[in-house]
Structure formats: structure tokens, C-alpha cells
Write a new protein. Structure first.
Length: 265
């Protein structure tokens, strides 16, 4: 997640989150905040809607968790079912054509759920608290996602990770992914993280050592282009919780996981 690009408070996500909640069946006032004199979506109501969507509740340790019977979990189960069917079909076709099929996963809120951080800090962002949270390496899994990683591997599909986490957070990210069961290809050749100090040459159009101007779309699509053009894989599916995880091409199919808590442009 490119945290410097995310909006600082839940109010900033009202238009996007309201639309996402409406699509998922949760309550929404259907209000527009862009170029309008209408009153914006009420923050208090929006937070309640988000809690209802996730079935948010603290566990015995006081950690906020999503409910496995929530609308959020049901949406993920539906996506997971469709993705498994597609991966099975696409992998067989790719192997028949002599291609090397691959899937790409974002990490934050695609594989590792950050709901506890969002809830605990009232949907605001602070670089220090976020770094501390990531480095604890104890986020729970997004329902079904680690199993989907394992499923892709079993179908002979190469698994890659394309995350906005920084290179300094690599060890924590890998440790956390192992804990939740997404223990597939967690080496540096498969886990792509942001390295602003020493960016890879395939991002030279927007990043050079010490200078980083890449947008999220440029960084993520540029990484996917590297996987296809330089490494020789055919990305059959790309998974992310933000549209910026998915835009820019270099994937046969994209899967947008639900996330009404923040928006990364």
C-alpha cells in the first residue's frame, strides 16, 4: 500500500466506500460528494456501515477481526469460487500453449487484513504507527486468499507478489505471509516491494536511485510488465483490493477484492 497516497481519514473515502458498500448490499445514502451541493455521506453512519459489512468485533485479545459470516466474507467467498474456476481453466490452456502461467497478488488487504489498524486508529494513517503495525507481523489473513495462493501453485501457476510495502518491511511481510499459510515463493525473485533507494531498471521511466516519481499504477503495472516481458510469464490473473493494483494492463483478468476502509490512487 503506498501510504503517502492514501487519504488520511475515512471521510476522504466516503464516495468510494459508499459505492462499494452499496454494491455489497450494505446500507448507503447514495449521496455524491464530487462537484455537488449535496451533503456528504455522514462519517458516523459510514463507520457503522463498514463495521456491519465486516462484522467487526474484538477477539479475546482485543484485536478487531472480521466475521466469517459477514457480508465481507460472503463477497470474498464468491470471488474465490469464481477465481478458482478461472485459474483451473486458464492454467490448463496456458500449459497446452506452452506458456508459463502466473498469478500476481497484492499483499495489504488482499492477503493480510489491516482492519484492526484501521479501526484502532479511526481510519487515519500515520507512518510510524503503520510501520510498527506491519513489523509486528501478526495480521490475520483475508478470508480465502492464502488458500487461493496454494490453489494456484497446485495448478502449476507461478505465484508472484506485487506490494506497495517498502523493502525495509520485507522480513515482516514474509514472516506474516508464512503465518497465515501463504507460504509460496516468498523469495526476492517473487516478492516485489518498493525500493526507492535502489529502484529496478525496469522502472527507470519514473524511478532512478534517490528519485521516485512512480504512481501506484506505474509501479504495479511496470512490475507486471517485467514479469511478463523479462521473466517470460503470462499473468492469467491479478488480485488486489485497490483499482490502482489492477490498472495498467499486463494481466489477462483482474480481481478486485472489497475494501471500503481507504482508497489508494
Amino acid at each position: 500500500m503506498h501510504k503517502s497516497l492514501r487519504f488520511a481519514a475515512v471521510a476522504s473515502a466516503c464516495a468510494v466506500a459508499g459505492a462499494a458498500l452499496y454494491g455489497a448490499g450494505a446500507a448507503t445514502a447514495g449521496q455524491s460528494t464530487a462537484n455537488s451541493t449535496h451533503e456528504p455521506y455522514n462519517i458516523g453512519v459510514l463507520v457503522k456501515d463498514i463495521d456491519t459489512y465486516y462484522g467487526t468485533a474484538p477477539d479475546a485479545n482485543g484485536v478487531y477481526q472480521a466475521s466469517p459470516t459477514s457480508p465481507y466474507a460472503k463477497d470474498l467467498a464468491s470471488l474465490d469460487k469464481a477465481a478458482r474456476k478461472y485459474i483451473d481453466q486458464a492454467a490448463r490452456k496456458a500449459h497446452h500453449r506452452g506458456e508459463k502461467p502466473a498469478v500476481v497478488f497484492d499483499i495489504d488487504d488482499t492477503l493480510l487484513l489491516s482492519l484492526d489498524y484501521e479501526k484502532r486508529y479511526n481510519y487515519t494513517y500515520n507512518g510510524t504507527t503503520w510501520a510498527d503495525y506491519v513489523n509486528r507481523a501478526d495480521r490475520p489473513a483475508v478470508f480465502g486468499s492464502p488458500e487461493l495462493v496454494q490453489y494456484a501453485e497446485k495448478k502449476g501457476v507461478e505465484v508472484f507478489y506485487n506490494s506497495g510495502l517498502s523493502e525495509a518491511q520485507r522480513s515482516a511481510a514474509v514472516e506474516n505471509l508464512k503465518k497465515v499459510g501463504a507460504d509460496v515463493n516468498l523469495d526476492t525473485d517473487h516478492v516485489f516491494l518498493k525500493d526507492k533507494a535502489n529502484p529496478p531498471s525496469y522502472l527507470s521511466a519514473c524511478a532512478t536511485p534517490g528519485t521516485w516519481t512512480c504512481t501506484t499504477v506505474q509501479y504495479k503495472s511496470g512490475t507486471r510488465a517485467h514479469i511478463e516481458k523479462d521473466l517470460g510469464y503470462e499473468i492469467i490473473a491479478n488480485f488486489g483490493d485497490q483499482y490502482s493494483d489492477l490498472e495498467g494492463g499486463y494481466a489477462d483478468r483482474t480481481y478486485k477484492l472489497p475494501n471500503p476502509t481507504y482508497f489508494v490512487s
